[in-house]
Design a protein around this ligand. Structure first.
Ligand SMILES: O=C([O-])CC(=O)C(=O)O
Ligand SMILES: [Mg+2]
Length: 634
């Protein structure tokens, strides 16, 4: 067969595989017998080379991202992967595998006829089977393992199930079950997912990233496992978190899974239990710190840019406090990066506060905030609220005056005898007497809002909650620590002890609770309302550095999506069932904002931002591999 085939002639030859042309051929006869295997492979490899040339190695999201113009590329790319992978390998590739949804024609063409049960099922029919299997599992951890193995088997089916059942699935692939999965990762671990880079590999990080099979990664979630949710140092077992966060990048933010890369940086663990755990999958040594640690993270950031370009977004997740703040400061103006625990959590909590003001009837600046905990989340929230107050015209010192912080040593006051006030806490230190117990602090300061994120379960005691109810008509009470087991109080306790008057939100989900005949639906103040939409906006518009004002804008945008009906039910966030729409709306609002502020780098500026954003969203329906459905370039 001649090698200088034109696309036209290839089209004719490939179309000749189609049973439409061979109607009388018995349906079970492998169609490629009309050509020899040699001829077939020759065509396919030629096709593959052609396509390789037409799909450039792209540095920008737009030439290769999941955008409308890429839909054309996409058919070609699927064809290319199809051309490279044949037979049983197709079924083993979660990105191509459709299981029983492969049509008879596809099975014959792709050399998988007979490798599947004869029945052909639609995506919807497959979903019914998945949901039935899912509900039959005995525990949430079993459900987590079941969903992870579905993700490894058939990616589109996984995302279809996830996107259509967000309320039911999110507590499994995300907090709280993901926390439990991380704690038992040694047992739950089936197949590696994402990149495991150990500090022992320092000097070779770029080469390791090059081992990742995707050429066009646009979003990385990275952790070193030091502070996994509120569960502490879980070392490499923390890998469940980047995997879970990126599942939401796709399910909620619509960013294609091929563009997402979970990474764990293994620098050891200070969790002694893991040193003795025979199932531990990481380096069972004390954490490396200091210059060696910093050089390793630096090498990682440079390697990411070298491999995937400067537009690749790096989300830092669940690093220890000291590193989280430091690394954010170090990288925020050099890379496209943010810290989800500081900035993402800040935005979601601020949105909850903004929405609460519509219930309390107060202005932001008329509030007194007490923060239980002065770690990443609370410092992030406090700083963002201070920024919001300044945007409303309040001088900086005045803004800080309205925010009080409590850490493990008590109220943060100037010259505190017990010390422990670092540079992040210092702006909030007051001229005041040192107090240690939260009950005493609440009684003394009479705050309008109490926000907890110190992972101390039960920190909002009965007395604290009652006092909040006594001092305020509508107290704001946010118990943000994750997972559920770390929450400062339950939703029920908060509503009960304030006679149903509090405005409550929690980081992990709590069920609705009924009190004196009225049902309250607690909102989930989790950064999942923020990071997928921010990521979508940042990537599509080509934002290079993610300023705090972007998070403030995202917070305002989220708060504006809370309806009066939501507020009447006690929710300060839109219901979880709306979260995908929320992400698209936040991304659209951000697109308008970043173009108006000159922060976008994608030009020409799209006229219709909403259409622009929505055109990027990952489609969970199956691709057809039947040649006659492909669109060809002449
Ligand atoms: O993962 C979550 O649910 C929220 C979060 O970032 C954390 O708690 O660290
Ligand atoms: Mg986190």
């Amino acid at each position: 067969m001649a090698m200088n085939l034109t696309t036209q002639s290839l089209r004719r030859i490939v179309a000749s595989f189609s049973p439409a042309r061979n109607r009388r051929m018995p349906a079970t006869l492998p169609l490629q017998t009309s050509l020899t295997f040699y001829e077939y492979d020759l065509i396919m490899s030629r096709l593959s080379n052609d396509l390789e040339r037409t799909v450039p190695a792209c540095a920008s999201f737009h030439t290769s991202g999941p955008c409308a113009s890429d839909r054309d590329d996409k058919a070609r790319k699927d064809l290319r992967s199809h051309a490279r992978v044949r037979g049983i390998d197709i079924l083993r590739n979660p990105r191509l595998n459709k299981g029983t949804a492969f049509t008879l024609k596809e099975r014959q063409l792709m050399g998988i006829h007979g490798l599947l049960p004869p029945v052909v099922r639609s995506l919807d029919e497959q979903m019914v089977r998945v949901m039935s299997n899912f509900t039959k599992r005995a525990t949430d951890l079993d459900r987590y393992i079941y969903l992870m193995s579905l993700q490894e088997r058939n990616e589109r089916l996984f995302y279809r199930v996830l996107t259509q059942n967000v309320e039911q699935m999110m507590p499994i692939v995300y907090t709280p079950t993901v926390g439990q999965a991380c704690q038992q990762y040694g047992v739950a671990f089936r197949r590696p997912r994402g990149l495991f880079i150990s500090i022992k590999d320092a000097g070779h990080v770029y080469e390791m990233i090059c081992n990742w099979p995707e050429r066009n990664v646009k979003a990385i979630v990275v952790t070193d496992g030091e502070r996994i949710l509120g569960l502490g140092d879980l070392g490499v077992y923390g890998m469940g978190i980047p995997v879970g966060k990126l599942s939401l990048y796709t399910a909620l933010g619509g960013i294609a899974p091929s563009k997402c890369l979970p990474v764990i940086l293994d620098v050891g663990t200070n969790n002694k239990k893991l040193h003795e755990d025979p199932l531990y999958i990481g380096m069972a040594k004390e954490r490396v710190t200091g210059e060696r640690y910093d050089a390793f993270i630096d090498e990682f950031m440079k390697a990411v840019v070298k491999r995937y370009g400067q537009g690749c977004l790096v989300q830092f997740e669940d690093f220890g406090n000291h590193n989280a703040f430091r690394l954010l400061e170090k990288y925020r103006h050099k890379y496209c990066t943010f810290n989800d625990d500081i900035q993402g959590t800040a935005a979601v909590a601020a949105a909850g506060v903004f929405a609460s003001l519509r219930i309390t009837g107060k202005k932001l600046v008329d509030n007194t905030f007490v923060f239980q905990g002065a770690g990443e989340a609370n410092i992030g929230i406090a700083e963002l609220l201070a920024l919001a107050m300044q945007e409303e015209g309040l001088p900086k010192e005045e803004a800080y005056k309205r925010i009080w912080m409590v850490d493990s040593r008590g109220l943060i006051v100037k010259d505190r005898p017990s010390g422990g006030i670092n540079q992040h806490k210092a702006p909030f230190a007051k001229e005041f007497k040192p107090l240690t117990s939260l009950e005493e602090i609440v009684n003394e300061l009479k705050p309008t809002a109490l926000i907890g994120a110190a992972a101390i379960p039960g920190a909002f005691t009965e007395n604290v909650l009652r006092s909040m109810g006594k001092f305020n008509e509508r107290p704001i009470i946010f118990a943000l620590s994750n997972p559920t087991s770390m929450s400062e109080c339950t939703a029920e306790q908060a509503y009960k002890l304030t006679e149903g008057r509090c405005v409550f939100a929690s980081g992990s989900p709590f069920p609705a609770c009924t009190l004196n005949g009225k049902t309250y639906y607690p909102g989930q103040g989790n950064n999942a309302y923020i990071f997928p939409g921010v990521a979508l906006g940042v990537l599509t518009c080509g934002v290079r550095h993610i300023e705090d004002k972007i998070f403030l804008h995202a917070a305002q945008s989220l708060a504006n999506l809370v309806t009066d009906a939501d507020l009447a039910e006690g929710r300060v966030y839109p219901p979880l069932s709306m979260i995908r729409e929320v992400s698209a709306r936040i991304a659209t609002d951000l697109a308008n904002y970043v173009y108006s502020k000159g922060m976008a780098s994608f030009y020409p500026e799209p006229e219709d931002k909403e259409e622009f954003i929505r055109s990027f969203v990952y489609d969970t329906s199956y691709e057809s591999f039947e040649p006659e459905t492909w669109e060809w370039e002449e």
